[in-house]
Structures are given as structure tokens and as C-alpha cells.
Design a protein around this ligand. Structure first.
Ligand SMILES: Cc1cc2nc3c(=O)[nH]c(=O)nc-3n(C[C@H](O)[C@H](O)[C@H](O)COP(=O)(O)OP(=O)(O)OC[C@H]3O[C@@H](n4cnc5c(N)ncnc54)[C@H](O)[C@@H]3O)c2cc1C
Length: 456
């Protein structure tokens, strides 16, 4: 039987291993750390469900949901509380609500436009730019046709439609909240492809969005007992002998017709290798095989520190999902915060609360947990204008260089890299450095890679 190795046991590598197993193929999964799941981790304690990494998937992409159902977790899928969907931006010390009924920076229908026009976030000039965008459809469509296939920054794309102010006040915090990246560097083709398609087809993003049917479904979905359920169920389905924890791969060598995979514990020989490590580790493993690979992998990846705080006491919070802090703000060191029990049900026992505070500052990475927790508490207290009670549970997770930055030209670089990798038969790249950082896209790619590996 064909021998397949998977390197990296995050959602990407583990899903590939699970899919291979379902296809009747054996594999060996090497994971450097002591646990599976990578950035996906759920902490459950005394009725609290605390996500230490991702908290949900985007509901309109089906692949994570399909995986959950296949794993017997269909009854556990919960929607985000969209009736309560409101996100704030910290501006001059106040939490200013972002307009409702928006698809990122594009208003959806009349409700979106009304909410935007009523918002105190924007100047009259920015509101005029929004009102005029649909009537500029022809000009915008012509521009898109003349520049078809040319990548650009998200800042340039948004400013063309709605002006610089909207790029800075809305797109920047949204994108730094999700990607930890700068709109001046991030690629619109790689990060906002559906909006590029709307521009190509309709010119106006507002008109394009209005022409699409709304499903009324929630924006995000999760699992009642946390996303860790996906990891646990997949791990349970796999033969224990196929899971090699604490076995980081140190070198990967192409032999005549095989791959040699070496760890500190020993070596193995495989026909196919799926490399599902973060970009820095992928770069190191590929360096001897493809000297140019490092140039084609994302150069930067942003870091995140999560401070999760669970409280037994109920205390007032502004309605909504949480807030974002604009990049470079002098008002707070936070990147964002989530009001977890307002975003999803089943996160705290009756009357309890869960908050998550995010920092992206590399300088904070080495501070002790206790200092980070205090810093998170202080920042939240000051922004929320109240002293928070002592949390019953507080935990810190550091995710250094965890979100690769898809900078302008990303898709072309990934195509070139994949072409080079294809020349080394039996090797395939997986993970969040290539075709999407979100869970649904990673599950889809892992499924495809496993199917391909099984069929070769
Ligand atoms: C703070 C944060 C919040 C997020 N929120 C969301 C969200 O709400 N929704 C969403 O869809 N996405 C979210 N994302 C993105 C998503 O969580 C990640 O893109 C995804 O989990 C990455 O999975 P992965 O398997 O590709 O990589 P990872 O989870 O990084 O896994 C890679 C694994 O490879 C292992 N490894 C490294 N080197 C070696 C080696 N040499 N040998 C063997 N193993 C090795 C690592 O230990 C790790 O376990 C978030 C990301 C972060 C950082």
C-alpha cells in the first residue's frame, strides 16, 4: 500500500489524515507539539466554553459545516446571534458602532445605506461617496476591465469606490481585526476576491451586492461545545498508531522515488508527503529542495495574543459582538475584543460572561501570563468604562506568526510555488499560507489534497 506522510497536525493536516482514512488509506501524521489542532483549541471548564484560537467559521462556505456533520456534530452547530450583531470601533475614547447591515465596507440594500448615513463614524464627504458609488458603476466597470488581472492593495480598491476615509476608518480595522494586516499591503485579489468579482460584473459594489439574493442565514457558525470538537472527533477516528505527537520533522529529503522524513526520533520513507506546517517551518523544510521557495511563500505573518476571561458575575456590556481598535491607535494597545457570550449562545453558564481581548504587538509576546492578563483587564476596563470583576478563569494563548499576510501579488507567487513543488513528485503544500486562512477553505483544501493523494 502507498505510504503517505502528513507533516503538521493543525486543522489542515488532521483533516487530510481523516479524509485519507475515510478513503481507506493509511497515513502517518507528524506533529511537533504535544496536541493536535494547532491554532484550533477549546478550553472547557465549569460550564464555560472558551475558544483559544478561532471561534467560528464563515457560514456561507460549506466545508467546515459538512465536516462537522460527517463527524456526527451536526446537532452541535450553532449560529452566531446575528440579531445582536453590532461591532464597534474605538474612536476618541468611545466605542462608535459600525453601521449595521454591511458586508465588510459595502452597505447591503436600503437598510445598510440608512444605517451608514445615520452613523457618526463617517464625515459628510464619506457619506456622499457612498451615495454616489452606484451612479459611478460604468466608470468603475470600465476601470476593472482595463485593469483585469492586475492585483492591488485593499486600500486602493476601497478608496476607488468609497474614498480614503472609508478605507482608513472601516476597511483598516476590519482587516487588521481578521488578518492582523495592513490594508496598504494586503492583496485585494487574495483576500477579497468576491468583491473583485462584483466590481468586474457590476462596477458598483453596492449595486452588485443588492443584486445578489440574501439567504438570511447567520454570518458565522460554531459548535455548541467548541470548535475543538472537530479536532477531537477526527483524532478519535484515526488509528492511534498513525498519530505521532511530539515528533517534529527536521528534514525532508527526496530519494530516488521516495521521500525521507526525519524527526529527532528516527526516519521513515514515504511515497507522498503533505506538508501542512506554518510558512516559516515550510520554508525551512523546503529550502534544501527548492532554494527559491522562501521568496514565494508569504514573507510576513502577524501574531496574536488572546486573553480569555470568564466571569461568574453578569455585568453590563454594550450590545453586540465586540470592538475593533484602528491600526496604530494611541488610545489602546488592544487589537480587538469579543463579547463572546453575546456573539454565541452556550459559552457561559447562566448569568456568566466570557470576554476575549486580542493583542497583536510582538513586544508583548514574552511577557508572563499574569502581566498579560492584567494588561488585558485594564485595557478592557478603561474602554468599557467600568472595573471588571475578578475572572473565574483567565487564560492566555500566544500565536506567534500565525496569520500569513497575503500581500499584493500573492496569488501569482503561490501559483509559481505550486508549480515548482509539482516538479517534485509526491509533495503537496497545505495550510493557511496559500488559498485562504479560514477554517472552511482549509478543510476544502485538505479534502482535495487527500483525494488527490489517494487517487495517484
Ligand atoms: C487568533 C486567531 C483567530 C482566528 N480566528 C479564526 C476564526 O474565527 N475563523 C476562522 O475560520 N479562522 C480563524 N483563524 C485562522 C485559522 O485558525 C488558522 O488559519 C488555522 O487554524 C490554521 O490551521 P493550519 O492547520 O493550517 O495551521 P496550524 O494550526 O498552525 O497547524 C500547523 C501545525 O504544524 C505543526 N508543526 C510546525 N512545524 C512542524 C514540524 N516541523 N513537524 C511537525 N509539525 C509541525 C504545529 O505544531 C501546528 O500544530 C484565526 C487565527 C488566529 C491566529
Amino acid at each position: 500500500m502507498k505510504k503517505i506522510a502528513i507533516i503538521g497536525g493543525g486543522i489542515s493536516g488532521l483533516t487530510a489524515a481523516y479524509r485519507l482514512h475515510r478513503l481507506g488509506m493509511a497515513c502517518t501524521l507528524f506533529e511537533a507539539g504535544p496536541r493536535l489542532g494547532g491554532i484550533v483549541e477549546t478550553h472547557r471548564e465549569n460550564g464555560f466554553v472558551i475558544e483559544c484560537g478561532p471561534d467560528s467559521w464563515v457560514a456561507e462556505k460549506p466545508w467546515a459545516r459538512e465536516l462537522a456533520i460527517e463527524l456526527g456534530l451536526g446537532g452541535e452547530i450553532i449560529p452566531s446571534n446575528d440579531h445582536n450583531r453590532l461591532t464597534y470601533v474605538l474612536q476618541q475614547g468611545a466605542l462608535v458602532p459600525m453601521p449595521a447591515h454591511m458586508r465588510m465596507m459595502v452597505p447591503q440594500g436600503q437598510a445598510g445605506m440608512d444605517s451608514l448615513l445615520a452613523s457618526s463614524l463617517f464625515s459628510e464627504e464619506a457619506k456622499r461617496a457612498y451615495l454616489q458609488e452606484p451612479s459611478r458603476a460604468r466608470e468603475l466597470k470600465d476601470y476593472a476591465a482595463a485593469h483585469a488581472g492586475e492585483d492591488e492593495s485593499i486600500a486602493a480598491f476601497v478608496a476607488r469606490h468609497f474614498g480614503q476615509e472609508v478605507a482608513e476608518k472601516l476597511a483598516a480595522p476590519l482587516l487588521s481585526g481578521v488578518f492582523g494586516g495592513s490594508i496598504h499591503k494586503l492583496s485585494v485579489h487574495a483576500v477579497m476576491a468576491p468583491f473583485v468579482a462584483l466590481e468586474r460584473e457590476h462596477g458598483s459594489l453596492i449595486a452588485g451586492l443588492a443584486s445578489r439574493q440574501r439567504t438570511g442565514a447567520s454570518l458565522f457558525a460554531s459548535l455548541r461545545s467548541g470548535l475543538g470538537g472537530l479536532i477531537e472527533r477526527m483524532a478519535e477516528a484515526l488509528p492511534p498508531s498513525s498519530l505521532r505527537l511530539r515528533e517534529g520533522v527536521v528534514t525532508l529529503t527526496r530519494m530516488d522515488s521516495e521521500w525521507k522524513v526525519e524527526t529527532a526520533q528516527g526516519r521513515g520513507f514515504f511515497d507522498t508527503v503533505l506538508l501542512a506546517t506554518p510558512p516559516q517551518q515550510t520554508s525551512a523544510l523546503l529550502a534544501p529542495l527548492l532554494p527559491g521557495a522562501a521568496e514565494l511563500l508569504p514573507r510576513d505573518a502577524s501574531s496574536a495574543i488572546i486573553i480569555a476571561l470568564a466571569f461568574r458575575e453578569h455585568f453590563p456590556l454594550p450590545p453586540g459582538f465586540g470592538f475593533l481598535v484602528p491600526e496604530g491607535s494611541s488610545e489602546s494597545r488592544l487589537l480587538a475584543a469579543t463579547f463572546v457570550d453575546q456573539k454565541f449562545a452556550h459559552r457561559a453558564p447562566e448569568g456568566g460572561r466570557v470576554l476575549r481581548a486580542f493583542f497583536a504587538d510582538e513586544d508583548l509576546m514574552d511577557l508572563p501570563d499574569s502581566v498579560l492578563i492584567r494588561l488585558g483587564m485594564n485595557e478592557l476596563s478603561s474602554i468599557l468604562g467600568q472595573t471588571l470583576p475578578e475572572p473565574a478563569i483567565s487564560l492566555v494563548r500566544r500565536w506567534p506568526a500565525s496569520l500569513p499576510q497575503y500581500e499584493v501579488g500573492h496569488r501569482e507567487r503561490v501559483s509559481a510555488l505550486e508549480e515548482q513543488v509539482a516538479s517534485l513528485s509526491g509533495l503537496r503544500l497545505l495550510g493557511n499560507a496559500y488559498h485562504g486562512v479560514g477554517l472552511p477553505d482549509l478543510v476544502r483544501q485538505a479534502n482535495e489534497a487527500a483525494q488527490r493523494a489517494a487517487s495517484l
